[in-house]
Design a binder for this molecule. Structure first.
Ligand code: DC
Length: 230
């Protein structure tokens, strides 16, 4: 018998970067830049919850009717790519960012059947691509608790409101109040509340430039994937 020990090289683990945090903290800007730098695809999971909300409003399904919304989501086609977002083949790229959808999306995101369906689709998305950068509220806690790197990107409500107003206009105090209210709903809901995942690195973007944040995250992901740290 040979005493030769054959070493099968460990399969390279897929690189999954989980980015969570409250609305307006800069997750999308950071997430897209990190994905580009790492050569990975990027998925904005908030757009999926918005797409379901759009589908419900368009079909006249009451957003608080959990049973009817559960039926709707099971059959809903959501396509998200570089061209935008389509819901059952209809372009919803602009509409999902509008006021009507934004006001109703918390109710849809609190529906456990919606969450189960979208989490399954998010895992399938990563599986098909062998990795990716995902942004949301529950990526590091629920969808990929074993992600290569888990980031919790945050900023003060005031800074987040100021950024939103600079982009879309409006009154800073009013926008700040709406942000605080949405944070409250997202972090106190029963199913998958917005909380920092175990082992997440907290990044406060209030005082940090985007390049600095992206450099930090990319370095962390590269270190973890080369060390095989999960
Ligand atoms: O990131 P956003 O503002 O586009 O998210 C829209 C809503 O969806 C917001 O109320 C939080 C919710 N959401 C969620 O519950 N889980 C996710 N993974 C992503 C978003």
């Amino acid at each position: 018998m040979s005493d030769h020990v054959s070493r099968v090289p460990a399969a390279t683990a897929p690189v999954v970067v989980a980015i969570d945090g409250p609305a307006g903290a800069g997750k999308s800007t950071v997430g897209r830049a990190v994905a580009r730098r790492l050569g990975l695809e990027y998925l904005d999971t908030g757009a999926m919850y918005r797409a379901v909300t759009y589908g419900a409003l368009r079909r006249g399904v009451p957003v608080h009717d959990d049973g009817a919304v559960a039926e709707l989501v099971a059959a809903l086609t959501i396509e998200i790519d570089h061209d935008g977002v389509r819901v059952d083949g209809v372009d919803a790229t602009t509409a999902i960012r509008g006021r009507e959808v934004t006001e109703s999306v918390s109710a849809i995101a609190a529906n456990s059947a919606v969450r189960a369906e979208l989490v399954a689709r998010q895992r399938a998305w990563v599986h098909e691509r062998g990795g990716g950068v995902l942004e949301g509220r529950d990526i590091g806690t629920v969808v990929f608790p074993d992600a290569t790197a888990k980031l919790f990107v945050t900023a003060t409500p005031r800074v987040r409101a100021e950024r939103r107003v600079a982009e879309m206009g409006g009154d800073v105090d009013e926008v700040e109040a709406a942000i605080v209210e949405r944070d409250r709903k997202d972090s106190t809901r029963a199913d998958s509340p917005l909380v920092e995942a175990d082992g997440a690195i907290v990044i406060d973007t209030s005082e940090m430039g985007i390049d600095e944040v992206v450099d930090r995250i990319v370095a962390d992901v590269q270190r973890r994937s080369s060390e095989g740290v999960a």
